[in-house]
Design a protein around this ligand. Structure first.
Ligand SMILES: [Ca+2]
Length: 464
């Protein structure tokens, strides 16, 4: 079942092409906001120098040829469409496509509407059967938005979130609405947990929403013991897979040994039972004596904040930050090692972020990324597939939110799903600051949360 990864040579070739192309474009390839740790931190970085904030040519120097890994990026050049200045982004005009060389980019306009404002670091959204939407907010609040159209009302959901450790990238993070919500009114959040003011762990908590939606009570702690440190690299994105399993993308908490340690829940993609929190019997390490290892689907990750399930195939793709280079989109391979090891095999001192995001020198069988951002970081976060005929030529692309990059990346996968053939940058999406969560709603529209602070929004995005 395990796919043998291809040699890293293709990736290096792509990276070389990318570097040459960036130089040719006149872009430095660096982003002032890229320096320093924690691109996902509480402060906005690179706001004025973000790659998407300038205008330029339509070419994508960083784009690789179809079928090549490491599409390099979208972020190294700018879309032609400047922000419209319309805060709602309506009538954003034609989509600027950043096509790979020799690839025709379809002209597709996106329409952006503001469903609700007054949020703060909206992290994730969950759609309820009555058409309302739950939104988790990092400072430890849950909002219930009355609908999915502009003018929706926002009300707080009273819930005991007093133990949430809100610091840095930690707090109330991802969520899923249980598939049986109509009967159980259950949803599960991922959150940092403190006792006596000190961070203890990251944990998944299952809640029951009251019939009137005004409050939620805890049903159980579904899974505890995910590592935590200062709040940095806390993950954490739960998503329900096609088979009903709960997938959870976690962070390495900026502790060097964690990503490669299969006895830690950090820096992993977990696959667990949504009702019990236990690993599933067909997981790759199901025979392990360690219940932690039994929950692991993949390891060697830095900070997975995007987990997307491909409609039709059920294939799972994840998105994670690089340090100052190589954000990655990966395809899940059961038991796969994704190659991040800031401990240098236990030989280094401290958290060494100069190591490759996929260290094929140390781990020859490491799973190569489907896409990387190349020599910059966009600080990718949520990811989801656009699906359905309402998207026209965008049907099937992977939408990835960028925090630092302040844009929506649309990645068109190759037929085999191993690589990205084209990167599209909808110009209307670079006017909303940092983008955190993306989920396609039951109405087929894409819902996006912003993550800048008070005044954050829930956006509805459709094909124009
Ligand atoms: Ca990797």
């Amino acid at each position: 079942m395990t796919r043998r990864p291809t040699p890293s040579g293709r990736r290096r070739t792509a990276a070389t092409l990318l570097l040459l192309a960036v130089l040719a474009s006149g872009c430095s390839g660096s982003d002032p906001g890229a320096s320093g740790p924690g691109p996902d931190g509480t402060t906005r970085t690179g706001a004025t120098a973000g790659p998407g904030s300038t205008t330029g040519g339509t070419g994508v120097p960083g784009a690789s040829s179809p079928g090549t890994r490491g599409t390099g990026t979208a972020g190294t050049t700018a879309p032609t469409g400047a922000p419209t200045g319309d805060p709602l982004g309506n009538g954003a005009g034609s989509t600027t496509s950043t096509a790979a060389p020799g690839t025709a980019a379809p002209g597709v306009a996106l329409r952006v509407e503001e469903v609700a404002g007054g949020l703060e670091h909206g992290w994730d959204v969950g759609f309820l059967p009555d058409g309302s939407v739950l939104v988790t907010q990092r400072p430890g609040r849950i909002a219930l938005v009355s609908g999915t159209r502009p003018g929706a009302r926002v009300q707080d959901v009273a819930a005991d979130l007093s133990d949430v450790y809100v610091a840095g990238e930690g707090g109330l993070m991802g969520m899923v609405v249980h598939p049986d919500f109509a009967a159980t009114r259950r949803f599960t959040t991922c959150q940092t947990h403190a006792e006596d003011g000190r961070p203890v762990d990251v944990r998944l908590v299952t809640w029951r929403l009251a019939p009137d939606g005004r409050s939620a009570t805890r049903v159980r702690t579904l899974l505890s013991g995910l590592p935590v440190s200062t709040g940095r690299h806390s993950g954490c994105r739960p998503t329900v897979a096609a088979d009903g399993a709960l997938l959870v993308g976690t962070g390495d908490t900026a502790q060097a040994s964690i990503p490669q340690d299969r006895h830690s829940l950090g820096g992993k993609l977990l696959r667990i039972d949504l009702d019990t929190g236990e690993g599933l019997p067909d997981n790759p390490f199901a025979s392990s004596a360690d219940p932690v290892e039994r929950r692991i689907l993949g390891y060697g990750h830095r900070n997975v904040q995007g987990v997307a399930v491909q409609p039709g195939t059920g294939a799972v793709y994840t998105a994670e930050h690089g340090p100052t280079f190589d954000d990655e989109v990966n395809r899940s391979v059961p038991g796969g090692n994704y190659g991040w090891d800031p401990s240098r095999g236990g030989t280094g001192s401290g958290y060494d972020e100069s190591v490759p995001m996929t260290d094929t020198g140390r781990f020859p069988d490491a799973v190569p990324a489907v896409w990387t951002s190349g020599p910059i970081t966009e600080a990718v976060s949520g990811a989801t597939f656009l699906s359905g005929p309402q998207w026209g030529p965008l049907d099937g692309v992977l939408a990835v939110a960028a925090l630092k990059g302040q844009k929506l990346l649309l990645l068109r996968l190759t037929a085999d799903g191993d690589a990205v053939s084209e990167v599209l940058l909808p110009p209307g999406m670079d006017a909303y600051g940092r983008l955190r969560g993306v989920r396609q709603g039951p109405d087929g529209a894409l819902y996006v949360t912003t993550s800048d602070g008070p005044g954050d929004r829930l956006l509805r995005v459709t094909a124009g």
